[in-house]
Design a protein around this ligand. Structure first.
Ligand SMILES: C[S@@+](CC[C@H](N)C(=O)[O-])C[C@H]1O[C@@H](n2cnc3c(N)ncnc32)[C@H](O)[C@@H]1O
Length: 188
């Protein structure tokens, strides 16, 4: 059996919804792996908005997209994800937050609690009913630990009437191994 890391699990769990999604928000483009997955598995008419604060990340994502037939579906946006409402003017069907720093990149450039929480609050507001947000959180570095504790507070307090929040983690791995959260808006 192939090892299922949490990002692969996120992809599997998003697949059915992705096939009927029109507005998709990749909050952390990074090396473009999630962007490619979202573009490959969504309808032709879907639009994917991929954000990153590093031009090098968007360049890497564009390079990968150029090897596919999906470049035109994707808007690459050099901005922090908490500016989501300035760039996405439709309701969102799927959002992916793969938090932390770019593997193989500058580890000091990482997602941080303040902008992550602001971005998530805006995404929750923009999310369509039946829309899903997937968040992969990493606790193994200082900024990640602070971000994680604020993330958990936000997610635990979402009203049960409107949202279902699930989580997935590798229980026999290190305590600091990543955790996946899935937020579904069940009612507006
Ligand atoms: C773990 S990587 C993302 C991995 C990526 N999804 C992939 O498939 O390769 C995290 C990325 O978040 C970016 N980032 C950090 N803070 C950000 C912010 N406020 N807004 C958008 N992107 C941010 C980093 O530059 C980094 O590229």
């Amino acid at each position: 059996m192939q090892t299922m890391n949490v990002v692969k699990v996120a992809h599997k769990l998003l697949l059915d919804k992705l096939k009927v999604s029109n507005c998709i928000f990749d909050a952390t483009a990074g090396n473009g792996n999630d962007t490619i997955f979202l573009a490959e598995n969504s309808p032709d008419k879907a639009k994917i908005y991929a954000f990153d604060i590093q031009q090098s990340a968007l360049d890497a994502t564009k390079l990968k997209l150029q090897e596919t037939a999906f470049l035109e579906k994707v808007s690459l946006i050099l901005a922090s994800h908490d500016k989501v409402d300035e760039y996405i003017k439709a309701n969102i069907d799927i959002a992916m937050f793969n938090l932390g720093y770019l593997p193989g990149g500058d580890h000091t450039i990482t997602t941080v609690a303040e902008t992550t929480i602001a971005a998530l609050e805006k995404t929750i507001t923009l999310l369509n009913v039946n829309g899903i947000i997937a968040i992969t959180a990493y606790t193994g570095h200082d900024a990640g630990a602070i971000e994680y504790s604020q993330l958990v507070m936000l997610l635990m307090n979402l009203p049960v009437r409107n949202f279902t929040v699930g989580c997935y983690s590798m229980m026999n791995h290190a305590k600091t191994s990543p955790v996946l959260y899935l937020v579904e808006k069940v009612r507006s």
